[in-house]
Design a protein around this ligand. Structure first.
Ligand SMILES: [Zn+2]
Length: 299
């Protein structure tokens, strides 16, 4: 997702009518999405390098390759013991969208066309690197996570702060840091210097790592969400800054959950964000569909 245009352009764009439903677009709110599993054909050149991890029936990694084909396999086990915290049924029931809409797309699908999402039967742990979080932004991420949790039924668990920095080579299993489980979703307030995919106008990125056995369905196991702290700090100086920042975070979290961009400018997953009313009907229907992915005791 990219920065908004100069403030004077914003001011013009925001001379909206009182019809709040009319969404005025600001140019250039593009976003770089990432599916670390590499299954989605994404043509955004800013997508970070992807990890393509496939595991065989034994559960051991049989290959780790980046999209440059040069990622070395690691000697350590690539997967945690399966089924950590996995229940027999979804942990929560998502809020059914008030209206139907098919204005959504998935970042990754299985061979049968079903979407790739997170197991609804286990909590999704997350950590936040808050070192560069702007003043006044503390509540933005938890609030957005509450919104996404309601829409997906995914139960999020906050594991606290972390010093981990985002990396395109982030390992989905880091037992030395997080124990014998998939690494938590990493939400990082960071900079373009640390996260080069934030260079230029990009203000945030989000994506997830999927995992599956050879030929079988894939499921997300962890993910990353990077926020350009200096840019968002700048946004927060304006009265409507928190709304914009929240829209950015919701958009990126929706990528993390498995939604791709759509061409429908009334949706938050449109690659340009206008007036940031938040999730629209198509977004909500897409997130609701993602709540239906199967449980995965085998992962
Ligand atoms: Zn995006």
């Amino acid at each position: 997702m990219e920065t908004r245009p100069p403030r004077h352009a914003d001011a013009n764009a925001r001379r909206r009518s009182s019809a709040a439903a009319v969404r005025l677009l600001l140019a250039g709110f593009l976003c770089a999405a990432a599916v670390f599993g590499g299954a989605a054909a994404l043509d955004d050149p800013r997508i970070r390098d992807l990890l393509d991890i496939r595991i065989g029936p034994s559960g051991m990694a049989v290959g780790v390759a980046g999209n440059d084909g040069a990622q070395p396999a690691t000697a350590a086990p690539a997967t945690p013991p399966p089924g950590f915290e996995e229940a027999d049924a979804p942990l929560s029931t998502p809020v059914r969208p008030a209206a139907a809409s098919d204005s959504y797309r998935f970042l990754a699908v299985n061979t049968d066309g079903s979407p790739v999402g997170y197991s609804p039967c286990r909590p999704l742990h997350y950590v936040i690197n808050t070192a560069l979080a702007p003043d006044g932004a503390e509540h933005l991420v938890p609030d957005a996570i509450g919104t996404i949790s309601a829409a997906t039924g995914i139960r999020f668990v906050y594991d606290g702060t972390t010093a981990e920095q985002p990396s395109p080579q982030r390992r989905p299993y880091q037992p030395e840091a997080y124990g014998d489980r998939w690494a938590p979703l990493l939400i990082a307030w960071t900079t373009p210097e640390t996260a080069p995919q934030l260079k230029g106008k990009v203000i945030g990125t989000g994506g997830s790592t999927h995992f599956g056995y050879e030929g079988g369905p894939k499921t997300f196991v962890t993910g990353g969400l990077d926020l350009d702290a200096p840019q968002i700090a700048n946004e927060l100086r304006h009265p409507d800054g928190p709304m914009y920042a929240t829209a950015v975070i919701l958009h990126e979290l929706s990528h993390v959950m498995g939604l791709d961009h759509v061409d429908d400018h009334t949706q938050l997953m449109y690659p340009e964000i206008g007036l940031p009313e938040g999730l629209s009907t198509g977004d909500l229907n897409g997130l609701y569909e993602l709540s239906k992915v199967p449980c995965r005791k085998d992962l």
